[in-house]
Design a protein around this ligand. Structure first.
Ligand SMILES: Cc1cc2nc3c(=O)[nH]c(=O)nc-3n(C[C@H](O)[C@H](O)[C@H](O)COP(=O)(O)O)c2cc1C
Length: 202
């Protein structure tokens, strides 16, 4: 079967793309508004795109009212955000923070999460998350209703019990969540990961 993208509505294209580009990592993005209100929401159009300079990307849409989602607006206003990693333990809370709360609502309070100060940026980190990535806005590219936000990584906080003997993160200890299509998710666990070394060229 061939699917002609031009024959589909944007919602159908969304469903198609998000069910085949999987699993996607989830950036749980904390920001602070111009008025000092904390905001937290998940984004799975998320990727690391460069190490030199260290850049990551999130793609944030608009609300039904056509206004920019709060995360986008806050990053535009303050130039700062934190990407927190979602694990098995915080899955339910992450889902609460995806609800379309008004911009006056602090999603840390709504979901029962603990904001802790970051080292460089004003946006708080999620204490319950084992990895927090402090970022500053590198560029925002508006394409239609989407804000493609490039963030420069300034600092990474990692809980020590997930480090291996070389000082790198042991991914299998993280119990990290990936997003599949619709309401489906996957769990990165020791049982489901394996090593594949590159073959010798000769
Ligand atoms: C797992 C998950 C991934 C999501 N990924 C995105 C995304 O990549 N882009 C987007 O605009 N919304 C995404 N959403 C929806 C936003 O989280 C939701 O619209 C949220 O209310 C935005 O909050 P804000 O207005 O505080 O920024 C996702 C929701 C969930 C549960």
């Amino acid at each position: 079967m061939e699917i002609d993208i031009k024959s589909l509505e944007p919602k159908q294209i969304y469903k198609l793309m998000t069910s085949i580009i999987v699993p996607r990592p989830i950036a749980w993005v904390s920001t602070v508004s111009r008025d000092g209100i904390y905001n937290l929401a998940p984004f799975s159009y998320f990727a690391g795109i460069s190490s030199d300079p260290p850049l990551l990307l999130i793609s944030v849409g608009s609300k039904e009212t056509k206004e920019k989602k709060d995360t986008w607006q806050n990053i535009e206003d303050t130039g700062e955000f934190v990407v927190n990693i979602v694990t098995k333990d915080t899955l339910e809370k992450m889902n609460i923070t995806a609800l379309p709360f008004d911009k006056e609502v602090d999603e840390f309070e709504k979901a029962g999460l603990t904001p802790v100060p970051s080292s460089i940026v004003k946006a708080p980190r999620v204490k319950e998350s084992p990895v927090n990535i402090e970022c500053k806005r590198f560029e925002i590219i508006q394409i239609g209703k989407m804000g493609i936000i490039l963030g420069e990584v300034l600092k990474v906080h990692v809980k020590e019990d997930i480090l291996n003997e070389k000082g790198y993160v042991d991914t299998t200890k993280l119990e990290i969540i990936g997003r599949l299509g619709g309401a489906n998710y996957c769990l990165v666990s020791k049982e489901n990961t394996f090593e594949l070394r590159r073959p010798d060229k000769r």
